[in-house]
Design a protein. Sequence first.
Length: 374
Amino acid sequence: MAKKKKCSSNNENNEAENFSNDFSNEQAEERFAREIFVYAEITNEDGKMTLHPVVAELLNAARKLAEKYSNTPNVCSIISTNNNINDDFDTIKKTLYANGSDKVYFIKNEKIKNYTGIAKAVSEFCKINTPEIFLIGATIIGRSIAPLISSSLNTGLTADCTKLEITNFKDEKKLAATRPTFGGQLMATILCKNLPQMATVRPHVLQKRIDAYKENGEFEEFIPNLDNFNDCLTILNTEINKNKLSSELENAQVVVAGGKGLKNEENFQKLIKFAGLIGASYAGSRGAVDMGLIDKEHQIGQTGKTIAPKVYIAFGISGAIHHMVGISNAKKIIAINNDENAPIFENSDIAIVEDAPKVLDELIAELEKNEIPA
């Protein structure tokens, strides 16, 4: 069964009421789009500075958005810190250029100690160099700084987006940012009337570039004036979360998941066994988590994790919108459900109408029968 695109909810009448156009038709035709900013979040992995994976996804999306404008605005990466980023900085810059950045803005000030300092510094920079669009990853840091920046710049913010497009609204090109709403029951497309048009985007829902964009690009440092900035937040202690489940699941190539259709804990143990036999990671739907069949750390969907495996096998999952948000970038979806009208079948490459526990039993029996002895 071929995949079908999900529909989004977009009420044009409400848009007409809620968004005003500051430009006349002539101004809309003449106005060149400003730069598109992407916040380049840097993480520390085992003492090495590296880019968060969502940055590459955002840069590729930003390039596609830029191509929709007649003047093709520059895509610029924004790095904000309190000092130089040691010897890894050159590698970081090259990675940004390769993934779609025309220019790197390096915003630094010794008063930047945590996310409030980052937000303040970036806001000051944007007041001088207002971008057309500003994209930020919906990470812990991204979700912390984005609302502070949008509030400081007196603009709107569409949070936790799963899709980005350019649309024409009142003779002007606008960022159309789509996100789940009403508990994941609908997909809402939102426009922003002020600049910059801001959005945070969930990791793993957009695609990275396949080819390298360029080897080098422009670079510019900016030192914001934070003399009157007094950080109201003090971090007393930090502790590293040693549970690697999150990254393992989000980066897994094959994921098997169970829903309410597995019915009980015994069947979920079979799911875990099946995952082990084929070398896959295991997960569950929100319904399964609510039933206590699997821990929330394994939950896939709007309120759980977003994944992009090569193969996703769903046992007894109906496929509500809030779940499909979490697997929208899966390369191949195989669904097993005894309800032939289950929504997940509309988005599946292979649909099997059968009792999920029964299929699990047969798969495990077949794998164990053909298992090569040690």
